[in-house]
Design a protein around this ligand. Structure first.
Ligand SMILES: Nc1ncnc2c1ncn2[C@@H]1O[C@H](COP(=O)(O)OP(=O)(O)OP(=O)(O)O)[C@@H](O)[C@H]1O
Length: 594
């Protein structure tokens, strides 16, 4: 309107020059835009504010023509130069002109009529973010198909490409007779956008709200850079044992999709499925286990029946009585146990630790502290670490007092060193499943009871308990929420170096209860540690290598503090809703997710 007005008065050169200079300024350019829009407003039903703005703009237009910049111009320019308004206008213009959409290539002329329905052209704008899709060659048809869409990636967010879609063309290049690896450079070359011609696969969209949220704790370390079988390294997610992962897709038998918990916005990546990891470990296992030894003739082992293997004891510090872990056996018994372990390992079908399904547990102020359970092979330093923790903060930590049927000795105090109970009482407690661990040694029973744990916890203290890992399931309940620390020996060289002056305490009734570690003790400790980790690794929340005792203690203390003070604790789902079939805390209940 304005320009046509100027054209109508070509002799008004001054007006024209003035307007020209104003137009070069962006502010005036914006005024024109808003003027156009306000004209539209006027046609509808404008609000008083819009009407005022429209009047201002009209006045301005008039004034521009008559070279008369009034207060209205100043006011309007001030309004229009506000950054948020400027951006709003420019976004509006971009949307109004629909210039955000890529220009699609024309539909090829050679489409046959019935193909038209099934082919779709998808254009994706490439950003710094990866496309988030993997492709493969369909072995039957030879077609290139989308193998996976990674949740949260560009392809997933677009909602236009799906698993199973067949790629006919990428950026106009036919996919016929191509190998997947030839297609990646094509994608890499696309600047700004990439266009796919696709034959869509039939798929049923599951609304995000209906997708179940599934969290797991990883029970092994995974580094995609060291995995030659991962379909696409860039699309994989690495993790450490103990990390909480959110599984977003477990549709595939071999590769699941997951993201680290807390990275809500991050894209999901590939992780080995439970099945894949189990298969891999099974393939490695025979090699790892092939360490045959010649067992010596069993003698002492016959004294220890299957229950008794848990029941070896020997205490020397009041309040720090040992529990009933596998340990402290004579060398012959150790050999027998070792050979039994080895054959069990070869023939057993124990599932390796993979993932365990977990749920967040929000700690209430009245809740008991988590039970801190220490496990490890005999001599590794469980008692030493427990003692240091106790001494470091006796108001916070406490240990349980064990039960025994043996006679009280002169220097011992009842309920401090042991609860001394008669045989019938002990046996009654066994019948009522009151013991976490118990066993018989030299004709006497020894045991750790759930009651004694409860007493420590009810006192508001953190209960430190050591036990054999086979008994951990006794305390795997929401009320105890055990935090299990596996104390592991360092490599043999460091073990020799650090234990030079250490004393190995044997059974108190032995003639020479204190001796130094031998090479055989070190071998035994490492062997036992390996088999414990193999068999019970899925139960361990933390693996602590006890090389330098000061370092190990510091690490343990920091970890325990962190865990007991955390408001949200990730605990196995089974502790809150136990499944009748799976009595132990294990990863086996992950099967059947699909
Ligand atoms: N990191 C370490 N460096 C040096 N000595 C250590 C270390 N850890 C433990 N020890 C010493 O090793 C010996 C055995 O440790 P400890 O009694 O704690 O073992 P344990 O795991 O409780 O064994 P058991 O189950 O047989 O009682 C002790 O003399 C202890 O002081």
């Amino acid at each position: 309107m304005l320009m046509s007005g100027l054209e109508a008065h070509p002799d008004r050169e001054e007006d024209y020059r003035f307007l020209h200079s104003m137009l070069r300024e962006k502010k005036i350019h914006l005024l024109f835009k808003i003027h156009e829009r306000l004209k539209l407003f006027k046609k509808r039903r404008p609000s008083p504010a819009q009407e005022h703005a429209a009047t201002l703009v009209s006045n301005l237009m008039e004034n521009l023509i008559h070279q008369d910049c009034t207060d209205e111009v100043t006011e309007l320019v001030a309004i229009m130069s506000k950054p948020h308004l400027k951006s709003l206008l420019s976004v509006h213009d971009a949307v109004a002109q629909r210039n955000y959409e890529p220009i699609l290539p024309p539909i090829p002329d050679d489409f046959v009529a019935d193909e038209e329905d099934s082919v779709k052209i998808v254009s994706l704008v490439i950003t710094k973010e990866p496309l988030g899709a993997t492709i493969k060659k369909d072995e039957c048809t030879g077609a290139i198909v989308v193998a996976r869409i990674l949740k949260g990636g560009s392809a997933d967010k677009s909602g236009l490409i799906h698993e199973g879609d067949e790629l006919k063309e990428v950026n106009g290049v036919s996919m016929e007779h191509r190998k997947p690896k030839e297609i990646l450079p094509l994608l890499a070359r696309s600047k700004g956008e990439v266009t796919f011609k696709i034959i869509p696969a039939f798929h049923k969209e599951v609304p995000a709200s209906q997708r179940k949220k599934l969290f797991v704790r990883a029970l092994f370390d995974y580094n995609p850079d060291e995995d030659p079988t991962v379909p696409c390294k860039e699309a994989a997610v690495g993790f450490k044992r103990g990390d909480i992962l959110q599984i977003v897709s477990w549709d595939d038998d071999t590769w699941w999709q997951a993201c680290h918990h807390g990275d809500g916005e991050s894209r999901a990546g590939l992780i080995p499925s439970q099945q894949l990891h189990e298969r891999r470990v099974a393939l490695q296992r025979p090699r790892a286990l092939f360490k045959p030894r010649t067992p010596k003739a069993p003698d002492e082992a016959q004294v220890l029946d299957d229950v008794d293997y848990r029941a070896i004891t020997g205490f020397h510090i009041a309040g720090l009585r040992r529990s009933f872990r596998l340990g402290r056996k004579g060398s012959v018994a150790r050999e027998t146990a070792r050979s039994r372990r080895w054959s069990a390992g070869v023939h057993s079908s124990i599932s390796p630790p993979t993932y365990i399904q977990v749920v967040p547990y929000h700690k209430a102020p009245t809740d008991w502290h988590r039970l801190v359970v220490l496990v490890g092979p005999s001599g590794v330093g469980v008692s030493e670490l427990k003692k240091r923790l106790l001494i470091s903060d006796p108001d916070r930590y406490a240990v349980t007092v064990p039960y025994t049927t043996r006679e009280r000795r002169q220097q011992e105090t009842d309920s401090v060193d042991y609860h001394f109970v008669p045989l019938h009482e002990f046996e009654e407690n066994i019948l009522h499943h009151r013991f976490i661990e118990y066993g018989r040694y030299k004709g006497h029973y020894y045991g750790s009871s759930l009651d004694s744990v409860n007493r420590v916890l009810a006192d508001g203290k953190v209960c430190l308990l050591d036990m054999h890992p086979s008994n951990i399931n006794r305390v795997c309940k929401a009320e105890y929420r055990p935090f299990v620390v596996f104390v592991k020996p360092p490599r043999i060289e460091e073990l020799r170096l650090t234990r030079r002056r250490a004393k190995f305490i044997c059974e108190e009734e032995e003639k020479n209860p204190v001796r130094t570690f031998t090479e055989e003790d070190f071998d035994e400790m490492i062997d036992l540690s390996e088999s414990m980790e193999r068999e019970y690794g899925h139960l361990f929340d933390k693996v602590l290598v006890n090389g330098d005792i000061a370092v190990a203690f510091r690490e343990l203390k920091a970890e325990v503090l962190k865990v007991i003070e955390a408001d949200v604790q990730w605990i196995p789902t089974e502790w809150v809703c136990p499944s009748p079939k799976t009595a132990r805390r294990s990863c086996s209940h992950l099967t059947g997710w699909k």
